[in-house]
Design a protein around this ligand. Structure first.
Ligand SMILES: C[S@@+](CC[C@H](N)C(=O)[O-])C[C@H]1O[C@@H](n2cnc3c(N)ncnc32)[C@H](O)[C@@H]1O
Length: 203
């Protein structure tokens, strides 16, 4: 077991899942951009899904090819349990995205508040190589990170804040930015956290 696994699994074992800082009662920008960008039978992966409600929202809308990847077994089991009535429309991967070697590709790769935990440039490049390999041509990369106005840490871990310039330079020419926006996410403790959302198309 890696220390990252232990850290995240402990979070989901010990905290109320609706009180974690990244909790959303409804997936807002992600849901809107996904439903506008792809067809209901296109393959979607939610990387570091946690216990996010995004899958529930998409399955209710008729999307039927979802993959959920998560490091924490506790979080992924909570998703499996909650979504058991959607059997056959979901694939589950209990692993580190940096080790991901699927036998399939995806039309849309969603990451809300996961990539920004990669502070080591080598890990960032490993992630981007996975993205390049497993995202289909003309597929979408929907990324949400803390913005430069947002926190410098989450769950007691350092994060990297991104704006349009920083993320487009890091991703390189293979990804064309087609949309970006900001969100003041309401923290369950009453404060706000500033996120940036980016939608890229793989060219
Ligand atoms: C801040 S939470 C966001 C959860 C979810 N994306 C959401 O928006 O509700 C970050 C999540 O990423 C997961 N995670 C962190 N590093 C990971 C990695 N290297 N591979 C897979 N999952 C990871 C954590 O376990 C945690 O569930």
């Amino acid at each position: 077991m890696t220390s990252k696994f232990t850290h995240w699994d402990e979070v989901y074992k010990t905290k109320d899942h609706e009180k974690v800082s990244w909790f959303q009662a409804r997936s807002t920008i992600s849901y809107d951009w996904i439903t506008e960008s792809i067809k209901q039978d296109d393959a979607i992966i939610d990387v570091g899904c946690g216990v996010s409600i995004l899958a529930d929202n998409l399955l209710k809308k008729g999307f039927d090819n979802l993959s959920l990847l998560e490091l924490s077994t506790t979080a992924l089991n909570a998703c499996k349990d909650r979504l058991k009535s959607y059997h056959g429309k979901l694939n589950f991967y209990n692993e580190n995205i940096l080790d991901f070697e699927p036998k399939t590709t995806f039309k849309l790769w969603h990451d809300r508040a996961v990539f920004h935990f990669l502070t080591d440039p080598n890990d960032q490049q490993t992630y981007i190589k996975k993205l390049e390999k497993y995202l289909e041509k003309d597929g979408f990369f929907l990324l949400a990170t803390f913005s430069p106005e947002g926190p410098k840490q989450c769950s007691e871990l350092d994060i990297v804040q991104y704006d349009v310039n920083k993320i487009t330079q890091l991703l390189g020419d293979q990804f064309k930015l087609i949309n970006s926006t900001s969100e003041a996410h309401p923290h369950p403790n009453g404060m706000t956290q500033h996120f940036n959302y980016f939608l890229f198309k793989k060219v």
